[in-house]
Design a protein around this ligand. Structure first.
Ligand SMILES: Nc1ncnc2c1ncn2[C@@H]1O[C@H](COP(=O)(O)OP(=O)(O)OP(=O)(O)O)[C@@H](O)[C@H]1O
Length: 232
């Protein structure tokens, strides 16, 4: 479904990604992990066409995509920090994004799921962080995209909403979708991820299942695997 070949990206003298390659052939939940500043967000933004790599190629359904960004309509994206004007109402931002994308959207079940009805006429700037994040989740999942990219999606969510988000992710996976997710919450990754892509010092240090990672690092859980990699 998505393949990248020799993707590199530097910001000035900082080489964030150094000839990264992989091939994700089928749907499932892929956790992109790595310490702060290891390039996870940069990598996801390159996949989305929001950051241009210095070199390398990206393929979606076997087609190169760096020159054509039409493929982006196949991707739902929840950014780490979503920036929308504070004076927009929840109802307005939902309609605005629907108008921009010009694709069928189904926000209603999600509004109901996250109990956002009473916030529809409130301004984004007046919402709590967690409620804002629920609005962002609605904006991401209201389109039926085969690929969903989520950068730290759990930020600010209460336990009830977190369970609902996890259900949405399981549902998406069962529909054969590809989900790429970053998170620093290892228990969440352990619960959800089929595969881990671990970025370290510009390279993919590890790609595979959680149990492969645990065997490689001879540890009992993901938190200790990561600690073993970072502080051997
Ligand atoms: N537009 C930019 N200009 C300059 N440097 C940038 C830019 N975007 C990212 N960087 C730098 O690239 C590095 C990787 O950043 P990135 O946000 O991809 O890391 P991350 O793994 O997502 O980090 P975190 O876990 O803290 O969210 C960081 O050192 C960051 O400061």
């Amino acid at each position: 479904m998505i393949a990248v070949k020799n993707i590199s990206k530097a910001f000035g003298s900082l080489q964030v990604l150094d000839k990264i390659s992989f091939d994700l052939k089928k749907g499932g939940i892929f956790a992109v992990l790595g310490p702060n500043g290891s390039g996870k967000t940069t990598f996801l933004k390159i996949l989305l066409g929001m950051v241009l790599p210095d070199s390398g190629e990206i393929y979606y359904q076997d087609q190169p995509i760096l020159q054509s960004h039409a493929y982006r309509k196949h991707i739902g994206y929840l950014p780490q920090i979503a920036r929308f004007p504070d004076n927009l109402k929840v109802r307005e931002i939902i309609h605005m994004i629907m108008d921009i994308r010009e694709e069928p959207a189904h926000p209603e079940p999600l509004i109901e799921l996250f109990k956002l009805d009473k916030f529809m006429d409130k301004k984004l700037g007046d919402l709590s962080g967690g409620t804002r994040q629920k609005v962002n989740i609605v904006l991401t999942f209201m389109f039926d995209t085969p690929v969903v990219v989520l950068d730290e999606p759990t930020a600010g969510l209460d336990p009830v909403s977190l369970i609902k988000l996890k259900d949405l992710l399981h549902q998406a996976k069962n529909q054969g979708k590809m989900i790429l997710i970053t998170s620093h919450i290892m228990s969440l990754v352990e619960e959800l991820a089929d595969e881990v892509i671990f970025l370290l010092e510009g390279k993919i240090y590890f790609q595979g299942t959680l149990s492969d990672l645990q065997s490689k690092t001879e540890t009992r859980d993901l938190e200790h695997s990561i600690a073993a990699i970072l502080e051997p």
